[in-house]
Design a protein around this ligand. Structure first.
Ligand SMILES: Nc1nc2c(ncn2[C@@H]2O[C@H](COP(=O)(O)OP(=O)(O)OP(=O)(O)O)[C@@H](O)[C@H]2O)c(=O)[nH]1
Ligand SMILES: [Mg+2]
Length: 363
């Protein structure tokens, strides 16, 4: 059964960078991953792209042929993709039944909040057997201003109700959050979206007082739904990426089971953990037929553990003690670099170093 993520969010919120980061992380973990670019205006795709909407239609084609502007052209492209869903289905089939696919969407928010084409494409994907989660990225700098935070809450709620998928909202670029000023509350206030009435004071300073009643009505609407919450993401922070991966796996029910029969040249990165037994099922067998002898990722039932799984750790890492952590990480990287150099020396010229020390820590 193919699994995947529909990566959506405002322009510049970090969708393509996230897809690229996830591709690197999963490749290091030996976990399957393919990326489908659904942004017909994406000229500089940073990641290896398995399927690209540009081979079906580009934004420029739509604009030139129908005399449309960039926004109208984008909506046309999505409608065209919907009408040619067979093309997408065919390409996805080639990626195999066990594929894990990221769909990198364009940044126009109406595509994931009110325009129907993306919603219908997603519904068709679900119908052909995909288990998907929507990963909605919102730039973390919005939480530094109460009225922007409120608009992000409404946008997130709207996207959740529109796409009708298991939904993970993410405050992206949390590593940059301190650049935009101090927070009125601790980060967990913004991620847990608990008692928003505390925002009243902050809202009255960031928006004219005549809007206070309207703002409070919107707050009570968000609280009534009680749906919105946020994970955080700093794409270059391995722990942050792993934590988000766990949250998404819980939402989709994905459990990663590495292939039991690894090719002889898989190297240390692909080596099976000590003490595990090869059950003799070929690596090509479907994941449902492979025994879960050493699943590396938590299942949907397990608790969320590991570094950065508590938002207070995120606050400490990026806000309260950022410099101390930066210095600590630099020291760790130096140590790791020295270790690799030692290994290279030990193995001798011409041999490649063991990558086991460089592997992502999955615990
Ligand atoms: N510091 C930091 N920068 C990030 C992070 N994620 C993305 N960026 C930067 O944010 C900018 C926009 O990222 P993109 O990945 O192009 O954003 P996008 O959502 O794909 O943009 P559109 O496709 O235009 O909607 C780039 O300069 C990225 O390098 C992050 O976690 N931390
Ligand atoms: Mg992009």
């Amino acid at each position: 059964m193919p699994f995947g993520e529909v990566v959506c969010g405002s322009p510049g919120s970090g969708k393509s960078t996230y897809c690229y980061g996830k591709h690197q992380l999963f490749t290091a973990l030996n976990r399957p991953i393919s990326i489908v670019n659904l942004d017909p205006a994406n000229d500089n795709i940073p990641y290896p792209c398995a399927v690209d909407i540009s081979s079906l239609i580009t934004l420029r084609d739509a604009m030139d042929t129908y005399g449309l502007g960039p926004n109208g052209g984008m909506l046309y492209c999505m409608e065209y993709l919907e009408a040619n869903f067979d093309w997408l289905e065919e390409k996805l089939k080639e990626l195999g039944a066990d594929a894990y696919i990221l769909f990198d969407l364009p940044g126009q928010v109406e595509l994931s909040t009110n325009h129907e084409s993306v919603k219908r494409i997603v519904a068709k994907l679900v119908k052909i057997g995909f288990r998907l989660a929507a990963v909605h990225l919102c730039d973390a700098h919005y939480v530094t201003d109460a009225s922007k935070y409120l608009s992000v809450l409404l946008l997130s709620l709207r996207a959740m109700l529109h796409l009708e998928l298991p939904h993970i909202n993410v405050l992206s670029k949390v590593d940059l959050i301190t650049q935009y000023g101090d927070l009125d509350f601790n980060l967990d206030f913004y991620t847990e979206v608990q008692d928003l009435s505390y925002l009243e004071n902050a809202l009255s300073t960031s928006a004219p007082p005549r809007f206070t009643a309207l703002n409070m009505a919107m707050i009570s609407l968000i609280e009534d739904y009680s749906l919105v919450g946020f994970e955080t993401l700093a794409v270059e922070d391995k722990n942050s990426m792993l934590h988000l991966t766990r949250a998404i796996d819980r939402a989709t029910g994905y459990i990663f089971v590495p292939p039991p029969s690894l090719p002889p040249d898989a190297g240390a990165a692909g080596a099976r953990p000590p003490g595990t037994v090869d059950p003799g099922v070929p690596a090509s067998a479907a994941s449902s037929q492979r025994p879960n002898d050493y699943a590396l990722f938590s299942s949907a039932m397990s608790t969320m553990q590991g570094p950065r799984s508590d938002v207070r750790d995120v606050q400490e890492r990026w806000i309260d003690a950022r410099e101390v952590w930066d210095a600590h990480e630099r020291k760790e990287w130096r140590k790791e670099g020295e270790l690799v150099r030692e290994l290279v020396k030990g193995v001798g010229p011409g041999s490649s170093p063991s990558t086991s020390k460089m592997n992502m820590d999955q615990s």
